[in-house]
Design a protein around this ligand. Structure first.
Ligand SMILES: Cc1cc2nc3c(=O)[nH]c(=O)nc-3n(C[C@H](O)[C@H](O)[C@H](O)COP(=O)(O)OP(=O)(O)OC[C@H]3O[C@@H](n4cnc5c(N)ncnc54)[C@H](O)[C@@H]3O)c2cc1C
Length: 498
């Protein structure tokens, strides 16, 4: 579906829905005009779009519960949404209905410094969690590259990672409690501030459930001490193989860098054009390597990784001498997607995971796949985790290119599974990888997951058509890409054409 798609005809419930939502929240918190809804027709996964019938902007958990009860009464699907930076279509209302945007629920409710805990509303932007406690020498460790925009609720739903989760762990390791609205409108508190809660780990189930088990409204997070010292290095390579071999060797050496990120030549050039950071334009790949911890012994650790990079043919290894130099190195990594945005195309960012030892051959094959489909590809990824992010560039106004980008993505993900990896590391299944899940799990596994989801999501109205392959992708129609609902799993009847 191209970006030129228009709003589908109004559904029979649309007028009642709008009237009742306004009665609950007021006109300012309910968006229904075509222009407003267009901003919510997809998240950062662009190939598949769908207008919601309404977007609501609640400010309290009570309001979220009221909206959910109304949707149940009218049998209308609802989809939670944070900042919409998700890369697998999770926040796209693929069956229409209501998008519940948490973006106005952005307050930090409590910073409990002695207990190293913070309670924040789900719409709080990730980077503000750390900013709020920086003076106390604490931080919130999971740092997705989108941290300047994405919300902690979205992070919980996706179990997000980031450059520093190689050493510090992903979101699930840092969330100890949530308040949420269940899909029937009941308000539930799970976990809390304490370290271990007995009974089943329900917080662990909610983290990573991609908004299909309810709407998280408040999150209790762990605060982590800032490291005493940091060394940040940039290793420059003539070939991608040298860089990937370095990653493999660093991990094999037993060193645990805080971050180990690879940027390839396509991205280096885009970043240089955008930011003029002084990265070598003729390099095929660079690694950003960060080690942190106690000052004692840190220089030796930095020397160890430097030596490994040089042994693998690094032509230069720079070390940031000041906080400003460090910030500039990270700018290339964290703003890489912005730099790609300047190229004027759409992109699909893939998210496979592979054993780190297979990085050289898999990256070679990723490039070959993109070439076969006539697409440009740039790679920037958490190499230390074996977490690939090939960015496939395409023109979303061209149906042929959409088809190519989807097919190339499928080949890349199949490759990840074939080498013993996974179809997602941190961006989730969403709508993008519904079928890919069947390459990794047996029908029995998927049935068990469906049963678990149904315990929470009894009516299947909460974020339908996501995560489990109960909705089937069907691109090859005469009208171009399209999503159709598969019958028999509770989503049939509402339709799901994009
Ligand atoms: C430039 C860029 C860089 C990125 N870098 C990283 C990275 O380094 N690591 C990484 O892991 N991801 C990364 N991402 C992906 C994305 O930012 C994360 O998945 C992020 O957690 C999404 O947060 P969000 O607030 O934008 O959520 P949205 O995109 O709005 O929603 C994502 C999913 O969460 C659900 N959801 C949102 N809020 C709630 C809630 N309150 N309760 C229940 N469900 C909810 C939605 O229904 C949807 O399924 C990147 C994305 C971009 C665009």
């Amino acid at each position: 579906m191209s970006s030129q798609h228009s709003r589908p005809p109004k559904t029979p419930f649309a007028d009642t829905l709008e009237r009742e939502l306004i009665a609950l929240l007021g006109r300012d918190s309910v968006l229904t005009s075509e222009a407003d809804l267009r901003a919510y027709d997809c998240d950062a996964y662009a190939p598949e779009k769908r207008f919601p019938d309404a977007v609501v902007l609640p400010t309290t958990t009570g309001q979220v519960a009221q909206i959910v009860r109304l949707c149940n009464k009218l049998n209308v699907p609802f989809t939670p949404r944070g900042a919409g930076t998700g890369l697998s279509g999770g926040a796209t209302a693929i069956e229409g209905g209501v998008i519940l945007s948490l973006i106005r629920m952005n307050q930090i409710l409590e910073a409990d410094i002695p207990n190293r805990r913070m309670v924040a509303q789900a719409g709080c932007v990730n980077v503000y969690l750390t900013k709020a406690v920086k003076n106390d020498k604490l931080h919130y460790a999971p740092d997705p590259s989108s941290q300047g925009a994405c919300t902690v609720g979205g992070n919980v739903a996706e179990n997000s990672g980031g450059p520093h989760t190689l050493k510090y762990g992903v979101t699930t390791n840092h969330v100890t409690g949530v308040t949420m609205v269940l899909p029937d409108g009941e308000i539930m508190k799970l976990g809390g501030k304490v370290e271990d809660v007995c009974g089943y780990d329900l917080v662990g189930i909610i983290v990573g459930s991609e908004g299909t088990m309810g709407i998280v409204t408040e999150v209790t997070i762990r605060l982590t001490p800032l490291p005493q010292s940091v060394r940040t290095l940039l290793a420059v390579f003539e070939t991608v193989d040298q860089a990937t071999q370095t990653v493999s060797d660093i991990i094999a050496s037993g060193a645990v860098p805080a971050a180990l990120e690879l940027i390839d030549t396509f991205i280096i050039k885009a970043c240089e054009d955008a930011f003029h950071l002084g990265f070598p334009m003729d390099a095929e790949a660079v690694l950003i390597i960060e080690v942190d911890g106690l000052e004692v012994g840190l220089e030796e650790e930095a020397e160890t990784v430097r030596a490994i990079a040089e042994k693998n043919g690094a032509r230069e290894v720079r070390q940031a001498a000041t906080e400003l130099e460090r910030a500039l190195l990270w700018k290339a990594r964290k703003q890489a997607f912005g730099a790609l945005g300047r190229l004027g195309k759409s992109m699909v960012t893939h998210d496979g995971v592979i054993p780190r030892t297979r990085l050289p051959e898999v990256l070679r094959e990723v490039r070959a796949i993109a070439q076969r489909h006539g697409l440009d590809v740039g790679n920037v990824f958490h190499a230390g985790d074996g977490n690939l992010h090939p960015n496939l560039m395409f023109d979303e106004r061209d149906a042929e290119q959409i088809k190519n980008v989807l097919h190339a993505g499928e080949e890349i993900l199949k490759l990840c599974v074939d080498v013993g990896g996974s179809v997602t590391g941190e961006h989730g299944i969403g709508i993008e990888k519904l079928e890919a899940l069947t390459w990794q799990f047996s029908p029995e596994d998927l049935e068990l997951m469906q049963k678990l989801k149904s315990v929470f999501n009894t009516s299947q109205l909460c974020n339908p058509g996501k995560v489990l392959p109960s909705a089937k992708r069907c691109w090859e129609t005469e009208h171009g890409p399209k999503m159709v609902a598969a019958a028999g799993r509770g989503v049939a009847g509402r339709g799901a054409a994009v």
